[in-house]
Design a protein around this ligand. Structure first.
Ligand code: ADP
Length: 333
């Protein structure tokens, strides 16, 4: 039995349809990430699973039970928000144990579950503090700990790393992946960040304007995108799209990832001029302006020097190219 099933779920606010018929199965223990640009409907979909928004039509099923009409508190889910949503007047210990207390659990049960979750997250030294005495990263750990204590059927995360700085974001991402492994729990995670999606997910759901563009494992989306939207969204820096297909190809558009374009000062297929170079330390991104295809990105391992305005030749690796029809759908084979 699936841990979560969405069957033709739609959502309209007034006359505006923001979720346009989503079908999805999430298996027990799976880490499923909803990813897509801002406004595509990720949070609305998550909030319908949580019961914080009604569905306009379709069914939400958690652990085999249709929950459309079940109150959020009765859905056996725990949600972790971007804003942490901790009670400021309660200690970390009491924040973590509150849901169990409200459910009528015994003191021993609450303290056992709180100790266990705080052990997993390294929160023991902070148990008597209040949220105001914690850093942003610590608050987010408490919010995650509070979710673990409840032993929910589903963990729901709504952009939980967005308020953390870059280093802490990576550390917390790794921590969430570890917790998922240790707990074996089913997790649904919303983000606009394709790197978070790629690194955390067993299954990625790419959304665009309230519709599912593609569902798949991270490397399957990277290696086998269904259309130009997914091809452009997954992978950083973004895939290059060549407007007129070179190499005598008949497809309307060719896509080539920046790591699959060779650059040479002497010879190649596409003439260009260097417009900008970004040295990131371990890699260098070279942006070249071409007459036929606009600005193309080349990703090189290590440090490289190219003078702005110098002439270069670019050569896509034909074996790694993707081909799309005029509507953006992938042409395979
Ligand atoms: P995402 O999480 O992908 O950024 P949201 O789910 O927040 O997207 O929003 C999807 C669309 O629904 C957006 O166009 C947003 O403006 C609209 N929307 C979200 N909540 C409401 C609401 N309560 N009333 C009206 N429109 C809403």
């Amino acid at each position: 039995m699936s841990a979560l099933t969405l069957s033709n779920v739609t959502k309209s606010f007034g006359k505006t349809e923001v979720i346009a018929g989503v079908d999805l199965n999430v298996e027990p223990g799976e880490f499923c990430v909803f990813v897509g640009p801002s406004g595509c409907g990720k949070s609305t979909l998550l909030r319908m699973i949580a019961g914080l928004e009604d569905v306009t039509s379709g069914d939400v099923t958690i652990g085999g039970n249709r929950v459309n009409d079940v109150a959020p508190a009765k859905r056996e889910i725990a949600m972790v928000f971007q804003s942490y949503a901790l009670y400021p007047h309660l200690t970390v210990r009491d924040n973590m144990g509150l849901a169990l207390k409200q459910a009528g659990a015994s003191k021993a049960e609450i303290s056992g579950a709180t100790e266990k979750a705080s052990g997993m997250l390294g929160l023991q030294p902070l148990l008597e503090r209040r949220p105001a005495e914690l850093s942003g990263g610590q608050r987010q750990r408490v919010a995650i700990g509070r979710a673990i204590v409840r032993r929910p059927k589903l963990f729901l995360f709504d952009e939980p790393l967005s308020n953390l700085d870059a280093a802490l974001r990576v550390a917390t991402r790794i921590e969430i992946a570890r917790l998922h492994r240790e707990l074996g729990a089913t997790m649904i995670y919303v983000t606009h960040d394709q790197v978070e999606a790629m690194t955390l997910a067993d299954k990625i759901v790419v959304l665009r304007a309230g519709r599912v563009e593609q569902v798949g494992r991270p490397m399957d989306l990277y290696n086998d995108p269904a259309n130009t939207f997914v091809a452009g969204f997954i992978g950083s820096p973004q895939m290059n799209f060549l407007k007129s297909a070179p190499l005598g190809m008949s497809s309307a558009q060719m896509g080539i990832r920046p790591e699959h374009v060779a650059i040479s000062a002497e010879a190649g297929q596409i003439a260009g001029r260097i417009s900008h170079v970004e040295k990131l330390g371990g890699e260098t991104l070279v942006y070249a302006l071409t007459e036929d295809h606009g600005l193309l990105t080349v990703r090189l391992f290590g440090e490289h020097d190219y003078a702005v305005d110098s002439a270069v030749w670019l050569t896509p690796d034909a074996a790694r190219a993707f081909h799309f029809d005029a509507d953006g759908a992938r042409i395979r084979g």
